[in-house]
Structure formats: C-alpha cells, structure tokens
Write a protein that binds this ligand. Structure first.
Ligand code: GLU
Length: 361
C-alpha cells in the first residue's frame, strides 16, 4: 500500500463477522483482520478497533443455567467471553509484534464532558504509544437503561470523539443493497450522500443472527456521522483484503460521503440521545431560528414554552418542538430553576449557546 486513503480510522467488527455458524470465534477470519490491521498500522494509519463477539465467545464457553434472566445471561456470557475475545486479539497482534489494549466502556461514560474527555485522553495516549485499542461495551455492567443500542452506536461515538477520517463498519453483508431494482438483481449501492433521506426504504428489516445491530441502525449512524464530517464505509468483513481495499480507495461496499466537519463540542452533543438530564419545549418561531441554515442562532428564553425535569449548568438537555418531538440537544448555560424565572422573557442570555447546540436534520 503506497498512500493510504485515511490516517485515522475506527474499524467496527460485528459478531457475525468473527464467529462461525456455531457461534464460536472464527480464528481464520480474526487472523485475516488482524493481519490487515497490522499492515495498516505499519503504514502509519492509526486504527481503533471496536470488536463485538464477547457474548458470542461466551456462548461457546459456558452452558447457562435454565432459570437465568436475559440480563444475567448477557452478564455471564460477556464477562467470560470478553477474556477469550481479547486474549485472541492480543495473541494475534503479538505474533506481528504489535501491542493491544482493552477498553471497555458504557454509555454513561459519555454523559458529561469531563468523563468524555477522559476517555479521549486515554485513547489518544494509546495511539501515541502505537498501541492498538480494542474497544467493546462493558456488557457485564451496562444493563438495559444505559446500554448502547449496539456496537455500531458505540463505535460511532468513538469515531466522532476521536475525529477519525473514516468509520468502517465490517458486517457479514457486502454493503447496502438496492432493493428498489425491478430486476431484483442484488446490487450494492456504492455511494450515499447526506441528502439521501429515505435510504431505509432499501433495507430489509430485521437484525443480524447473533449481534444486536441491524442494517437500519448502521445506516442511521452512518448518515449522522457523514453529517458530522466523517466518511463511513459499510463492507463485508469476511471478504479477504477488504480493509486494505478500502484504504487503497477501491470501490467496495457502500460509502457514505461526508459533508464538512463539525466542531468537537457539537459532535459530542450530537451523540447525547438518552443522556439528557431534562428537556425544554420551544415555540415554532424558536424552532425556525434554530434550524436556520444561514444564521448561527442560540436558544433564548423568549422561545421556550415549558421545562421538563431538573437540570444544572453544564447538563445536556433535550430540545422539543411545540408538538413534543425531539429536535435536538444542547448544553445548558444555567439551571432549570433559573430558566423557569426567565421563561418567555426577551433580551436574556441564551440557555443554549449555538456552539453547544445540535439540531437534528
Ligand atoms: N458488545 C456485544 C458483544 O461483544 C455486542 C453488541 C452488538 O452486537 O452490537 O458481544
């Protein structure tokens, strides 16, 4: 490889890519993926690997008792399987004289800016030491409420946090198939730009066999990241040489073309769904102002109709339209108590400054 297309990438490997039909880790595929990652690393590409497969690996180690709840089953399988998964990676990288580190995160680790920056410092320092981080959700402790939807969501957050050039989702399918073709010939859509709003009509519903994420979640995340300025590829991780092909600029899988990059703080806020401490409902005039493509408007008390919950300065809050629909997220500049005092008043300091505001498309 002479001139890799990207310098920093997140590669997400799905359970279905690295496990066989019996749900056991597929060593041949893992070896292939590690070998490609090592080659990229040796070419100077910083690779952050997000790998699923802990629960899958656990299934091949433990025979669960019958009376276990789904949560407990996931905890037992993931905590046992994660050891096998990470040891396999560590051994395969070591064979190529490379070092790895294990990072396990939960969604609440992304909740406040300080915690978020701590994870970023950790990953940045590992990359500086030329260590390959192997990241997964801490499935043993992240249960139901504050769980990532799947590792596609987790990797998307890491990709945006680390300002990578590209986020590569390796799945067990070749990309996004065009289901609208009359002749039914299976054709992978090569590129998608962010103006494509109805891509989900191309996707067959349903999730994958062992992993949690389906194609629709992948597309939503890909679309969101492309809007934040990150190129996303969805490709088949079982195809030999796929990572090298992507970094060589070959047209494989589906590529989401990015728009211009968005500032770091906004990227953090863009991933705040489910992490908010409270919410505000705004009037139609304020919504129009916040959606303005020409002007950078902040959210002022005059446009706020009501407040839900209790929040303090620095907390993430959800912004809802008049009809209660979530339209964005932002960081509060003062508390819910103060907001109540200023509700509807003109000429007051913004509750959410434009730099700390993310409005959904
Ligand atoms: N963290 C889970 C695992 O390692 C996978 C979640 C997913 O399928 O996205 O098994």
């Amino acid at each position: 490889m002479s001139n890799p297309l990207y310098h920093k990438v997140v590669v997400k490997v799905g359970t279905n890519v690295i496990t066989n039909n019996q749900g056991e880790l597929d060593l041949q595929i893992l070896d292939q993926l590690v070998s490609q990652t090592a080659e990229l690393h040796n070419q100077g590409v910083a690779v952050l690997l997000v790998s699923s497969g802990a629960v899958g690996a656990g299934r091949s180690i433990i025979k669960l008792l019958d009376d276990l709840s789904p949560v407990a089953a996931r905890q037992v399988l993931s905590s046992t399987g994660q050891i096998r998964l990470i040891n396999t990676y560590a051994d395969l990288f070591e064979e190529r004289a490379l070092k790895t580190a294990q990072i396990l995160v939960t969604k609440s680790d992304f909740r406040d800016r300080l915690h978020y920056l701590n994870i970023r410092t950790c990953l940045t320092s590992l990359l500086k030491h030329r260590i390959i981080p192997v990241i997964n959700e801490n499935d043993a402790v992240s249960v139901t409420e504050l769980m990532f939807t799947d590792n596609d969501e987790l990797s998307g957050m890491i990709a945006s946090m680390m300002q990578v050039d590209a986020y590569i989702i390796l799945s067990h399918v070749d990309g996004l198939f065009d289901m609208s073709r009359q002749d039914n010939a299976p054709t992978v859509i090569k590129t998608i730009d962010i103006s494509t709003e109805h891509f989900h009509q191309y996707i067959k519903p349903g999730t994958s066999q062992f992993g949690r994420g389906g194609m629709l979640t992948k597309c939503h995340i890909a679309h969101k990241l492309a809007r934040l300025g990150i190129t996303v590829h969805i490709a088949n991780g079982r195809t030999s040489g796929i990572l090298l092909d992507i970094l060589n600029g070959k047209e494989v899988g589906t590529k989401f073309i990015p728009q211009k990059a968005v500032h770091g703080r906004k990227r953090w806020i863009a991933h705040s769904e489910g992490l908010e401490k409270g919410a505000v409902t705004i009037n139609a005039g304020a919504e129009t102002a916040l959606r303005s493509p020409e002007r950078a408007n902040s959210l002022l008390p005059v446009g706020i109709e009501s407040i839900i919950g209790t929040f303090f300065k620095g907390d993430i809050i959800k912004i809802c339209s008049e009809n209660g629909e979530a339209i964005g997220y932002g960081m509060a500049q003062y508390s819910s108590e103060k907001t109540r005092e200023l509700l509807g008043k003109k000429g007051e300091k913004p509750l959410i400054h434009y730099d700390y505001l993310y409005i959904m498309p």
